[in-house]
Ligand binder design. Structure first.
Ligand SMILES: Cc1ncc(COP(=O)(O)O)c(C=O)c1O
Length: 463
């Protein structure tokens, strides 16, 4: 990306926290249009990595969003089976219309002429997606990698972490399988140790001060990485990430600084913050949950000064450091977001449609989406807390929670409650953790009526 583009991206950061529809034009402008394989002439800088020339075409025609957020219009963008109440945003996305249309357009182009369409579009649209992600999250696009899921991103981050024998990674008992398993594999390869600590006994009553206090007290001279999760998928607790590491690294030399690496999937697409405000060094997020991006898409954000602590695992196809160094037999140089983006031929129609996912969020607005999601989650928690047969596990405080609402019906297994909800045509889920809770996860496509309907079913459950 040119300095000019990078400056433009940074100067727009201030907008990201602003009111929703102010972002409509910024979001739409972030979309790069697919180029048809007209004439199938190779682009001027065509090379064997299937990247076309960089170009900045006009945005595609998109229906103008309403002037104020009309949640009915927003909801109408999905093609869900509306006989079901989907309180399942934390699991797997249904594509909203802009994303659906983009995938269909690219799929048709690829089916008509796969090689020419790929040559014309791949590099521009992957780089446009990286810019759109950067604009959305206030992060440097050059330090962003595109991946296929949170799981693959976390695997690539911890597989590529430079860490030595005897050095330590600190994580917690509250993190997800994917983080724990990636760290276990890393420890086996490197001889580094992994230490898991508990931050609280009950998420619902945990305080930020207690959590930060326990994390700080656990850091030792040997600690090199803190591996955390932004919003825990078991209890819905949102970690006070920003407060976590301030000050710890001040006296450390660069290679010994404690990196804060975060599984951000359940905050990304919900919380109205930027990467800098969050304060992580690395954040991994699938885009096929709360962002409602293409299924099989994800992003990894690196602080540029942390990239040197990582090595790519899978050869990238993104120029300039892909085929050139191989053919010229020279070192591809320092780690970059492009080099951390796995190569290989893939379902490119999904990768490229990430542009429209960010544009759609830009249209509705980050602030509006956060307010809507938190509003519905709070309504759900409040109603559940008044039911005598329900124990809410998620903190009530929106500062300590996001869109996940976890709870139990004592005397019934989480799976049994999920079954009863499904019988009533409500989709929730049970957490795949040692202690299993029921989770309902309202998002900005839901309504108050959806929430109330689910509460009514739960109120009527008798053992
Ligand atoms: C905290 C957390 N991280 C990662 C994942 C997996 O995400 P992905 O499907 O993007 O790999 C899940 C659950 O789906 C999760 O709860």
């Amino acid at each position: 990306m040119s300095d000019e583009t990078s400056k433009r991206a940074l100067s727009r950061r201030g907008l990201l926290g602003g009111a929703g529809l102010a972002l409509a034009s910024a979001g739409a402008a972030g979309i790069a249009q697919a180029q048809p394989p007209a004439g199938a002439e190779p682009p001027p800088d065509s090379d064997p990595d299937f990247g076309g020339a960089e170009h900045h075409p006009a945005p595609p025609p998109m229906e103008a969003p309403p002037k104020v957020v009309d949640w009915n219009w927003v909801r109408s963008q999905w093609a869900l089976d509306w006989s079901w109440v989907n309180l399942s945003a934390m699991l797997f996305a249904s594509h909203p219309r802009f994303v659906r249309n983009a995938i269909a357009r690219h799929r048709d182009g690829l089916d008509a002429n796969p090689v020419a369409y790929l040559e014309a579009n791949n590099r521009p649209l992957q780089n446009a997606a990286r810019r759109a992600a950067g604009l959305y999250f206030g992060a440097d696009p050059e330090a962003i990698a595109l991946v296929e899921s949170t799981t693959s991103g976390i695997g690539l981050v911890y597989n590529g972490l430079r860490i030595g024998y005897g050095e330590e990674i600190l994580t917690t008992t509250h993190d997800y399988y994917v983080t724990h398993e990636s760290l276990r594999l890393l420890a086996r390869r490197s001889g580094a140790t992994v230490r898991r600590i508990s931050l609280f006994d009950q998420a619902a009553t945990a305080s930020a001060a207690q959590i930060v206090g326990r994390l700080m007290a656990a850091i030792t001279e040997r600690t090199r990485v803190m591996a955390l999760t932004w919003v825990h998928s078991s209890t819905g607790l949102k970690m006070p990430i920003a407060a976590s590491l301030r000050g710890v690294n001040a006296a450390r030399e660069p290679s010994k600084k404690v990196l804060l690496c975060v599984d951000g999937v359940h905050g990304f697409g919900v919380e109205d913050v930027t990467f800098d405000q969050l304060g992580a060094d690395v954040l991994v997020a699938g885009c096929h949950k709360w962002l409602f991006g293409p299924r099989g898409s994800g992003v990894v954000f690196f602080r540029p000064d942390s990239l040197g602590r990582f090595e790519p695992t899978i050869p990238t196809f993104l120029a300039p450091n892909a085929y050139g160094p191989w053919l010229g037999d020279y070192d591809p140089g320092p780690t970059t977001g492009a080099r951390m983006t796995p190569g290989g031929f893939k379902a490119f129609e999904h990768v490229w449609a990430l542009n429209e996912a960010f544009a759609f969020h830009g249209m509705v607005g980050k602030a509006a989406i956060e307010a809507r999601t938190h509003g519905l989650a709070s309504r759900l928690k409040l109603a559940l807390s008044q039911l005598p047969n329900v124990v809410v596990r998620t903190p009530m405080d929106p500062g300590m929670s996001a869109g996940i609402v976890s709870f139990d019906l004592p005397g019934l297994s989480a799976d049994a409650v999920v079954r009863r909800l499904r019988e009533g045509k409500v989709i929730g889920s049970a957490a795949p953790y040692a202690t299993r809770h029921v989770r309902l996860t309202p998002s900005f496509r839901n309504t108050e009526a959806d929430v109330d309907f689910a509460v009514q079913i739960l109120a009527n459950i008798r053992r």
